[in-house]
Design a protein around this ligand. Structure first.
Ligand code: LMR
Length: 394
């Protein structure tokens, strides 16, 4: 039967990871997949995670099933972390999922169950797995303008004009913070304008928040999501703990569905449990348990927050030094946007040919759309990258 299978398009980010691994050059630089790395190139296990794992090893006396939507304590802790008190807890249905991608997948399936003909608005560009999953599910995609190739900031007029074409019954997918792949983000006033358009059109927002704490800080990065969720009647939120807790391989995510109609919560919650059961039954528990332990313990939480802040400021420092070095070498401010972008990524804004040239000539790996993982840099490689960019004529 398998002779009917057709080869599937390779995920560009994962294909680049493999290509990097196979490159024998010692001075190669990996700015590909979105994984945090410290100055030595290591993706460390965070201190609080180690402490929680130690405690868990001592205290855990069973690995039996927990529940279809995970431990309710994980739901409470994550809803609080992302939404705080922006909406009453009783308006939010929540289900643990295998990573943020699991939350996105479950969210799309939920949307399809509710309204099979839903159109999902995606920013152009967006994380490639958004359109990939939607296409796989046979759902309709509408792109909205997002990135301004000239300024390397947000094309806000284009974004608003395109979002105004949405209708009730459509879903608008927004990146809560640290836009992936561009690094260009809306400011608070622009978010208010987006909310006004959502209210005007009646479209339902879905917020993907995968990098809370990597941009302007834990609270600041959640501000837009909180503003959206507290302004609209219904909202979907897909949250990831992979990056801010550094537990990528544990697959720790959370899908939240907010409805101001509190009578809907029971049905929403039941549907999330049903969807989990159909797709994988019980969500993974290990990462979720560690996160819950950390968030509910003052000492571990404080340590986690301070390490996350170190990670954030380290990336910010790298951005600033790259922008400064490029300013020095080019004698112009045209790379100033790198210091303005936030999160793990920045879109350099060059052609796939130039990206390939950087890879071939200088062993610098970035995604073909010129997305760079800023965390892949360190004090030694910042000047190397800056020189390569200038040498390539970018
Ligand atoms: C990325 O965008 O690099 C990360 O979210 C990793 C992934 O799964 O693509």
């Amino acid at each position: 039967m398998f002779e009917t299978l057709q080869s599937q398009p390779a995920d560009k980010i994962l294909a680049l990871m493999a290509q990097y691994r196979e490159d024998p050059r010692e001075n190669k630089i990996d700015l590909g997949v979105g994984v945090y790395k410290d100055a030595t190139g290591l993706t460390p296990v965070m201190r609080a995670i180690k402490a929680a794992e130690h405690k868990l090893w001592e205290e855990q006396d069973s690995k039996s099933y927990v529940g279809l939507v995970g431990d309710p304590a994980f739901g409470d802790a994550t809803v609080k972390l992302v939404l705080d008190d922006s909406v009453p807890r009783e308006t939010v249905a929540a289900a643990a999922t295998p990573g943020g991608t699991g939350a996105i997948r479950q969210a799309f399936e939920l949307i399809q169950m509710a309204r099979p003909d839903t159109r999902v608005f995606l920013s152009n560009p967006t994380w490639p797995n958004h359109p990939s999953i939607l296409k796989y599910l046979g759902m309709e995609i509408v792109e909205y303008r997002y990135f301004d190739d000239e300024t390397r900031g947000v094309d806000f007029d284009g974004l608003i004009a395109d979002l105004k074409t949405a209708k009730k019954g459509d879903v608008v997918l927004l990146h809560g913070c640290c836009h992936n792949p561009t690094g260009a983000n809306l400011n608070a006033a622009q978010w208010q304008d987006v909310i006004a358009v959502l209210l005007e059109t009646g479209a339902t927002p879905m917020v993907d928040i995968a990098y809370q704490g990597f941009g302007d800080g834990l609270e600041a990065d959640a501000a837009a999501t909180r503003a959206v969720v507290s302004s609209v009647p219904e909202c979907i939120i897909a949250a990831s703990c992979s990056k801010n807790f550094g537990i990528y391989r544990e697959r720790t995510g959370m899908l939240m569905v907010m409805s101001t109609d509190t009578s809907a919560k029971g049905l929403n919650q039941q549907t999330l449990a049903f969807l989990n059961r159909q797709n994988f039954s019980f969500p993974p528990d290990h990462g979720a348990r560690l996160v819950t332990m950390i968030l509910n313990d003052d000492v571990m939480r404080a340590d986690w927050m301070s390490e996350l802040e170190e990670i954030r400021t380290n990336m910010l420092g790298l951005r600033k030094s790259l922008a400064a070095e490029l300013q020095r070498l080019s004698g112009s401010d045209r790379f100033g946007f790198l210091a303005e972008h936030r999160g793990m990524f920045s879109r350099l804004g060059t052609t796939p040919e130039m990206v390939e040239k950087l890879r071939v000539d200088a062993g610098i790996y970035m995604v073909g759309d010129s997305r760079m993982n800023i965390a892949g840099l360190n004090a030694q490689t910042v000047p190397i990258l800056a020189k390569a960019i200038i040498d390539a004529g970018i």
